[in-house]
Design a protein around this ligand. Structure first.
Ligand SMILES: Cc1cc2nc3c(=O)[nH]c(=O)nc-3n(C[C@H](O)[C@H](O)[C@H](O)COP(=O)(O)O)c2cc1C
Ligand code: SF4
Length: 447
């Protein structure tokens, strides 16, 4: 079933991701591209922010923070530089939606960047892209060059001067560390330093890149902006999930469409746009064309591994920003779904997650550095059939106590470690009990 009014994929033909062609500047303009920027140029910057706030667009990078509100946090211009950092690191496991946008319709994001710069008086923008995305970076650099050549940026920018300066957009390549997707680690890396997250406050809106006011937004968030400015907030809010009756307006809803990824043993893996609020079962059934023959649904990571796992009985989970409360997970995350079939061991899955986090922890905070490594060691022992019930208790305690939300770490990588492991434990506890209850020789015989 195709979405009746796609926002992000309107120029992108459905089908195999690998066969999609890049829409370059001329093709983008021919289908109405940069009209939203022209509209924004004619608006007062504060009115652009008002429209964004009214749209209630929530960040698509994982945390779901309202974009218009974030834009409004910057202090008034004081004559110094002001920056936009675009997060194209996309290193969450099994997440590949931003790459698709960059590779197929880069100007949609670039137009969103220009509108954000205009609204927030930002003179310089950087797209920070993961080092391994070589192919996408080449595409992006070509599109950015086109934007300079066609008067979006540079001396002859149709936006004129912003913040008393020539508006500029650059591509900055990261080295390929998961932690550099965390916004303050990204800023450190952008400044040429080791990608270590910063303590907050101060928040980037006040002291970000080079200690100057900075907006940080995800690729998909910015790519959604032109449609909102072109068609208005009210139109945008006809997509997605409306706020339930009685919920106060300050509680953000789940408006708009979203890029959903599907990987795992389904017949049609890929990236698909649909309304926020689609059910997991519909995503797998309609877009993913069902489970592959011989495979049965067991669980799914619905937003990268950091949000935690949905259990077998959560096949009908509604994928919107409220999923955390409803389904016992951290949040919606990237909405890139990894489907796990019945024949995969959740103990092995948990061990694999712990291994990832232990490798990617930057090491600044003891609960994260030591906790992820201990979790990996405990899970390795349990998976090998050598664990004890005391190991399981220790693992549960560890998984329940790490993270910036309990306030024990600087950034959210530890929360991801915690939620991945704790939800697997909660929802598949019997698999762990089976492993530790068995005498050693049985465990070995089963492997
Ligand atoms: C460990 C970690 C990795 C992250 N990786 C990414 C990433 O690859 N891309 C991204 O957009 N956001 C990532 N985030 C979230 C960013 O810190 C930030 O919330 C986001 O870029 C803000 O953009 P948005 O408001 O448009 O979503 C990560 C967060 C953490 C804690
Ligand atoms: S939580 Fe982990 S990744 Fe984040 S700053 Fe602390 S040690 Fe580094």
């Amino acid at each position: 079933m195709a979405l009746d009014t796609p926002i992000l994929m309107k120029r992108i033909p459905q089908g195999n991701v690998a066969n999609r062609q890049t829409v370059w500047y001329d093709g983008y303009v021919a289908t109405g591209g940069y009209a939203a920027l022209d509209k924004a140029i004619a608006m007062e910057p504060s009115k652009i922010i008002d429209e964004m706030k009214a749209s209630e667009l929530r960040g698509r990078g994982g945390a779901g923070f309202p974009a218009g509100m974030k834009w409004s946090f910057l202090p008034p211009p004081d004559g110094g530089h002001r920056f936009l950092a675009v997060n194209a690191d996309e290193s969450e496991p099994a997440t590949f939606k931003d790459q698709l946008l960059i590779n197929t319709d880069p100007h949609m994001m670039i137009e969103g960047i220009a509108i954000c710069m205009k609204a927030c008086h930002l003179d310089t923008a950087y797209v920070y892209i993961r080092g391994e995305y070589h192919h996408h970076r080449v595409t992006l650099e070509k599109a950015v060059q086109e934007a300079w050549d066609n008067g979006i940026f540079g001396e002859k920018s149709r936006m004129g001067q912003i913040n008393g300066r020539t508006p500029r957009l650059f591509v900055q390549r990261g080295a390929g560390a998961y932690i550099c997707g965390e916004e303050t680690a990204l800023l450190e890396s952008l400044e040429g330093k080791r990608g270590w997250p910063r303590n907050k406050p101060p928040f980037p809106a006040v002291s970000g890149a080079f200690a100057r006011p900075t907006v940080i937004n995800n690729v998909e968030t910015l790519a959604t902006v032109p449609a909102i400015i072109e068609n208005g907030a009210a139109w945008f809010k006809t997509h997605g999930v409306a706020r339930p009756e009685g919920v106060p307006p300050q509680v953000p809803a789940s408006y708009g469409t979203k890029l959903y990824g599907i990987s795992g043993p389904v017949n049609n893996p890929g990236v698909f746009e649909d309304h926020l609020g689609i059910k997991l079962s519909a995503l797998i059934g309609q877009h993913g064309k069902g489970m592959r023959a011989g495979k049965q649904f067991k669980a799914a990571f619905h937003g990268g591994i950091s949000m935690g796992v949905l259990g077998t009985d959560q096949y009908d989970a509604v994928l919107d920003f409220d999923i955390g409360k409803r389904c016992g997970v951290l949040g919606l995350g990237t909405a890139c779904v990894t489907v796990i079939p019945q024949d995969v061991s959740m103990v092995a899955m948990a061990r694999n997650c712990a291994r990832f986090y232990s490798h990617e922890s930057c090491g600044q905070c003891t609960p994260c550095r030591e906790g992820s490594n201990w979790a990996y060691k405990l899970l390795s022992r349990i998976e090998a059939g050598e664990g004890t019930t005391a190991d399981l208790d220790l693992l549960s305690e560890l998984a329940g106590s790490m993270g910036s939300m309990p306030g024990s770490t600087i950034c959210g990588l530890a929360d991801g470690t915690s939620w991945a492991i704790r939800t697997i434990l909660q929802k598949f506890w019997n698999e762990f009990e089976d492993k530790v209850a068995k005498p050693r020789f049985v465990g070995l015989a089963l492997r």
